[in-house]
Structures are given as C-alpha cells and as structure tokens.
Ligand binder design. Sequence first.
Ligand code: FES
Length: 177
Amino acid sequence: MELDNKARSEQRTQELTDDDRNFLRQVVETSRAEHHGRLSYMDIMFDLEQHYGNSLPAPVLGEVARLVGTSPAQLNGFVSFYTMLSTEPRGKHVIRVCTSGPCHVSGAPTILASLKETLGIDLGETTPDGEFTLEGSSCLGICGVSPALMIDGDAYGNLTPEDLPRILDAARSGGAK
Ligand code: FES
C-alpha cells in the first residue's frame, strides 16, 4: 500500500517502523531473486519511490544501504547521479519535460512555459495540492516525437500546448489510457 501525503512527510523525520523494515527487506530480496542473486539498485529505488511518494527519505536509504551491504554515502551518491531519483519530497505525479537539443528546437520551451502557467509553479516546484512536481530532464529517448515529456511512467510526444490539459487530466485519473 502506498503512503498518503501526511504519512510521507512524517516518514522523513521518524524512525522506520517494523512494517517499513519488512517492506524494505522484501524489496531487496525481490530484486535479488529477479536478478539471479545480484541487485538492481535502480529497480529498488523505483519500487521505493513508488511506495514513499516519489522520494527517498534518508531513513529509508540508510536501511537499504545496510540491507545491501553498502554505505549510506554510496547509496546517496547513486541516487544523486540520476535526476529521475530524488531525496526531496515531490508531488503525487512527477512531470519531466525534456529540455535536450531536439526537443528544445521543436518547442519544449513553449511546452514548459505553458505547464508553468497552468500549474502555477516553476521548475523544481510542487503544486500546493501536492499533485504535480515539474522537472526538466535530459533526453528521454523518444526524440522522434519531440517535444516530449513523461509523467510518472507515461511518455507523451509531438506535444502542443493544447495537449496539456488532457495529459494532466489523464495523470490525475491514473495515467495514460
Ligand atoms: S531530445 Fe527530447 S526526447 Fe530526446
């Protein structure tokens, strides 16, 4: 079960519960089983972000570091290397607008400006209702349909500002159909 916003913010300052520890142990063991005894840190981090509201609280990373036999500093280094991962609180849905060259020349600045205006936030910010966090991103790997963005795991391309209300509504109601 995913945590609600209140539980997420409490998670950032509180000690881990037994349920947390059991959940984290299960995530690590599942990764180990799926990768024939090895671990996929990225799979683990995605599972944790999904559970803890699109962010990775320090107590959670500390416990995972212990479980996988590394140091919290090394795990933090891994997390900070990938812009799609965050230790900071984020909204229920993370919008990542590609700002790399092909998307930039095909209209990403206009898409970004429309999103900022519609949501009333700047890059790196979260809407007051906790629904959306807006982030820039390097190439999302779908340059053929630039300009492009991703919301959570859903990719959208060939965007115009007129597409954005429909896409935001889709995210609010559970993602692309
Ligand atoms: S440059 Fe935007 S998806 Fe590749």
